[in-house]
Design a protein around this ligand. Structure first.
Ligand SMILES: [Fe+2]
Ligand SMILES: [Fe+2]
Length: 256
């Protein structure tokens, strides 16, 4: 089974770029399922129903979120009503929506997708490690994917090893910088610390460089704006054996 996981889609530019390139991505890699992180799909963080719907219409099957996912209240009804958009599972139980879902399409094995938030520099409620221990016995699917939205590389790779052999893939998001450490862990779990970003590449994580520089140089409040420049789409292609749930391959994807 071939699965594409895409890193954080950033701003109107990133959303438009993903929508335009998804068809060629499908032709190139023939994925059975496309998962994308949409937490920054709206201008200035968060996601609105418009961007979520545009990504679904273009062919994204499942949207995951992160620390910015609940910023725009307009998305809450969609989180409650739909099963193909999920927010981190280790938020407080009062958070709207769900933290995991099952992609169930006729002719394909069931694929569970879990979204988790890291504990470093994040407003988490439950440890992502403990949250997965509690969640895994409840999941009935041969293939399990985890989008681990976290800051610290150490925490990400540690969770990868913690879940090795218990899930099919652990893919990191949030840093907007793709890492070159993709691998199959000893127990058969595909792993990458960060999928990267789908957004304006000549920018500071999607933000206009001059604005990011001003805030970092002076420490003064500076309103961030997304860079309008050319985009890059980043993610990974996973090859999973549904009979065992083990990964056979992981390959980084980058499209200019
Ligand atoms: Fe992000
Ligand atoms: Fe984030």
């Amino acid at each position: 089974m071939r699965i594409i996981m895409l890193g954080d889609v950033v701003g109107r530019g990133g959303t438009g770029f993903v929508c335009r390139r998804l068809r060629s991505l499908r032709q190139l890699y023939a994925p059975d399922l496309i998962v994308a992180n949409g937490e920054n799909a709206s201008e200035g963080n968060g996601i609105l129903p418009t961007e979520a719907q545009a990504l679904f219409d273009a062919g994204v099957d499942i949207l995951t979120l992160g620390n910015h996912g609940l910023r725009r209240r307009e998305i809450y009804p969609m989180l409650e009503d739909r099963e193909d958009i999920i927010r981190p599972a280790n938020l407080h139980p009062e958070a709207p929506g769900r933290g995991w879902t099952v992609f169930d399409k006729p002719g394909l094995p069931r694929v569970a997708v879990v979204n988790l938030l890291g504990s470093v520099f994040m407003d988490w409620h439950q440890s992502p490690f403990d949250a997965m221990d509690a969640l895994l016995p409840r999941i009935d699917a041969p293939v399990i994917l985890v989008d681990f939205h976290a800051e610290a590389t150490s925490e990400k790779v540690a969770l990868g090893f913690y879940l090795d052999g218990r899930v099919s893939a652990v893919a990191g998001t949030h840093t907007h910088i793709q890492t070159a450490d993709e691998r199959i862990l000893p127990g058969g779990t595909a792993y990458i610390t960060d999928l990267g970003m789908c957004g304006p590449f000549q920018s500071v994580l999607g933000v206009k460089p001059e604005l990011a520089i001003r805030r970092l140089r002076t420490g003064l409040p500076t309103r961030f704006e997304n860079d309008p420049g050319g985009c890059r789409l980043s993610g990974a292609l996973l090859d999973i054996d549904p009979a065992t749930g083990r990964a056979a391959g992981i390959q980084r994807i980058n499209l200019e």
